[in-house]
Design a protein around this ligand. Structure first.
Ligand SMILES: O=C(O)CCC(=O)C(=O)O
Length: 393
């Protein structure tokens, strides 16, 4: 197997917005979920009932304790008093709304490919024949600077520079919030305040943004806006529309609908924090349901480890009773696997869990590729082959 490169989508891309705007009464077969995945807003427990934790970031030690409790019990919480200017949030949302309102031709100029995912997209994963999500998105790189390419960012025709500047300002503020949350997470684990930021590669940590756009769906009971998944990266800070529900999280095997508090951000921990904390904190599976009457927009900021930083359980959280549960792997390697597969519940992080035969196979693939020198610049071939091996066992 040579180095893996994800270059093309396996099928012609159809924009969900175009399908929705065409006024069709029934959704195409490719979007219909199997019975076991059928969504239902009505059977989801409301967030108010389920009390998704709220953390007030202005409460010092109380916030540390609240984060610890929320991460152990949920892996999800909302933050208030987070310091991000509400008028900036409003402006950022308006830029993305305007982008998705542009004529299709203008949006197509930003069409993405699976090589980096940057730009305007309508599918995640390159599995031919996979069931598709009822949603379009725009994905962009914010950090590290060297990967940022503003040419690939949307510029609105009426205020080109200003719209890009708003996206940048929103990204900067959310990154600052993530840096603050990483320190809080460290303290909540009883570690030095800078322990998790250092494990992420310090100033070289990465950040990306995905603006998710879920058009109206004529048969919302048959489709999902975003398949069940856990986030592959570090932490996610989500701005969800407080007027249109859609996010559901899987708690104790039930789907719970999140009702965002106005002005709050929803924070969740991703697979890299699960690995670093040796599963003291776990990433939670979540998905998005869609709606016949209303479109929905959300902005997800993903804060990730430096791409070539080796991520493995932190030694402070590894004991004789609780040995390291995951093999070391860089975020680049993990991300390539996830980008090939698309959202697949929690199966991806679970596939990293150590089992004696898996480790043997990993070592075997590693040796094979090392001796033949066949892997890509980021070790992609190695990761991909090794991960496929994991999945087969
Ligand atoms: O749209 C949402 O509410 C959730 C989005 C999400 O889970 C994601 O972008 O990974």
């Amino acid at each position: 197997m040579g180095s893996v490169q994800l270059v093309e989508w396996p099928e012609a891309i159809v924009r969900v917005q175009a399908l929705s705007d065409s006024g069709l009464a029934a959704i195409p077969a490719g979007y219909i979920r199997p019975q076991a995945e059928l969504p239902s807003l009505s059977t989801g427990v409301d967030a108010a009932d389920a009390s998704i934790p709220v953390v007030d970031l202005e409460t010092g030690g109380e916030a540390v304790a609240a984060v610890a409790e929320a991460c152990r019990a949920w892996g999800f919480f909302q933050v208030v008093n987070h310091g991000v200017d509400p008028s900036l949030v409003e402006r950022a949302v308006e830029v993305w709304r305007e982008f998705f309102r542009l004529p299709m031709e203008a949006k197509q100029a930003y069409a993405n490919s699976p090589a980096t995912y940057e730009g305007y997209g309508s599918r995640l994963g390159v599995d031919k024949g996979a069931i598709l999500d009822w949603g379009d998105y725009f994905f962009l790189q914010l950090l590290p600077e060297k990967f940022k390419n503003q040419e690939k960012w949307p510029g609105l025709p009426t205020h080109y520079e200003q719209s890009k500047a708003t996206v940048q300002e929103y990204g900067d503020e959310l990154v600052k919030l993530c840096q603050r949350l990483m320190k809080l997470l460290s303290l909540s684990l009883g570690l030095d305040v800078n322990r998790l930021p250092a494990a992420f590669g310090g100033d070289d940590a990465g950040a990306t943004l995905r603006a998710n756009y879920y058009p109206k769906c004529p048969q919302p009971e048959l489709a999902l806006g975003l398949s069940a998944h856990s986030d592959p990266g570090g932490i996610t800070v989500l701005l969800a529309d407080d007027a249109v529900k859609g996010l559901q999280i899987r708690k104790d095997d039930r789907w719970v609908t999140v009702q965002p508090l106005p002005g709050a951000f929803t924070v969740n921990i991703g697979d890299q924090i699960q690995i670093l904390t040796n599963a003291v904190y776990k990433s939670l599976e979540h998905r998005v349901v869609v709606n016949a009457e209303k479109e929905r927009l959300s902005l997800a900021l993903f804060y990730n480890p430096k791409s070539d930083e080796v991520i493995e359980p932190m030694e402070e959280l590894v004991t004789a009773e609780r040995p390291a549960m995951y093999s070391p792997m860089t975020f680049d390697e993990y991300r390539l696997f996830v980008r090939s597969e698309g959202p697949k519940g929690k199966s991806q992080v679970q596939s990293l869990q150590k089992k004696p035969h898996v480790l043997r196979n990993h070592a075997f693939v590693h040796d094979q590729l090392q001796t033949s020198g066949r892997w890509g610049p980021g070790g992609e071939g190695l990761a991909f082959a090794a991960m496929i091996n994991y999945r087969l066992h």
